[in-house]
Design a protein around this ligand. Structure first.
Ligand code: C2E
Ligand code: CA
Ligand code: CA
Ligand code: CA
Length: 281
């Protein structure tokens, strides 16, 4: 028994060792990846569920690693957050996505300009230079503040409350919208919501996935939609995969939605082909 446990602990150490090496390699590669332009922004359309048409996109970053191939964000965002490189990455995404949306708005002369949603990590919001950078990008792209939505998570709202209120007020004065991502999964106390000038609640896809089955998740979705209405906030359901989910969300009066039922996140060229190919440029 002793020998076996020794073996298994050696095996465990070896596995851990590999994991640590992988991680160190990932950290080093992340730092170089920006300069080497290995990141790509994908766009997932966000639909107005009543009108059944896209009103804008969420920017979701992809990493095309030269030797490891495609690495999904769930595998590198947390590493980038811990090492601080997330700040550089997110600023790159912000600029890239704003340029893209400004370009589409100009090129396709849409009746109402498209909006772009950007994901921000807590570290981004702790940088005093964030607001200057946003101002610079909006000026450079000539994008209106109300075309930009910043998606943040609930954890931000329970730390450094005064600073967060200040920051959100600066966004509001520029008509930049703020959405709470993954709503319902964090340490949300509904009590805090009215204290913050936020505009949108994004229902986490784990709730949407089990929506329509007649169980408790149905009521989570109901409750968030009702809460949004009562607080005057728009509500977006993410991860809509079936027409049944869509129809029930429409019935509830959920305003916006995104998910594989409409479209996966796609490269800019694909978006152009699918959504704008019948428009004159
Ligand atoms: P998120 O912000 O909650 O984004 C939604 C995720 O759900 C995306 O995964 C999207 O591709 C996926 N998704 C969309 N519709 C469906 C659906 O119908 N079914 C299923 N099963 N999944 C769907 P993705 O692109 O892998 O991104 C994962 C997470 O990585 C994001 O979660 C976000 O937290 C983070 N992330 C992505 N891009 C960025 C970025 O530029 N900056 C930061 N800070 N975080 C990012
Ligand atoms: Ca998001
Ligand atoms: Ca989410
Ligand atoms: Ca998220």
């Amino acid at each position: 028994a002793k020998a076996a446990s020794k073996n298994s602990s050696q095996f465990f150490d070896a596995a851990m060792h590999t994991q640590v090496l992988n991680r160190v390699a990932l950290e080093t590669d992340l730092r170089k990846a920006l300069e080497r332009e290995e990141f790509v922004v994908y766009y997932q359309p966000i639909f107005d569920l009543q009108e059944n048409q896209p009103i804008g996109f969420e920017a979701l970053v992809r990493w095309q690693h030269p030797t490891r191939g495609f690495i999904p964000p769930d595998e590198f965002i947390s590493v980038a957050e811990e090492t601080g490189s997330i700040v550089h990455l997110d600023r790159w995404v912000l600029e890239k996505a704003c340029q893209q949306i400004a370009n589409w708005n100009q090129k396709f002369a849409l009746n109402s300009p498209l909006k772009i949603s950007i994901n921000l990590s807590v570290q981004d919001l702790h940088q005093a230079s964030l607001i200057r950078e946003i101002d610079r990008v909006l000026a450079e792209t000539e994008l209106a503040g109300n075309c930009l939505t910043l998606e943040i998570t609930e954890s931000l709202l329970i730390s450094e409350i005064d600073r967060t209120v200040d920051l959100l007020a600066q966004f509001a004065s520029r008509e930049i919208e703020v959405g709470i991502d993954d709503f319902g999964t964090g340490y949300s106390s509904l009590g805090y919501l009215h204290r913050f000038p936020v505009n949108n609640l994004k229902i986490d896809r784990s709730f949407v996935a089990r929506f329509g089955s007649g169980n408790r998740e149905d009521r989570v979705v109901d409750t968030i939609v009702t809460l949004g209405k009562q607080l005057g906030l728009s509500v977006t359901a993410e991860g809509i995969e079936t027409t049944q989910q869509l129809e029930q969300l429409q019935k509830l009066g959920c305003e916006f939605g995104q998910g594989y039922l409409f479209s996966k996140p796609l490269a800019a060229a694909e978006i152009e082909r699918l959504y704008f190919s019948n428009r004159s440029s």
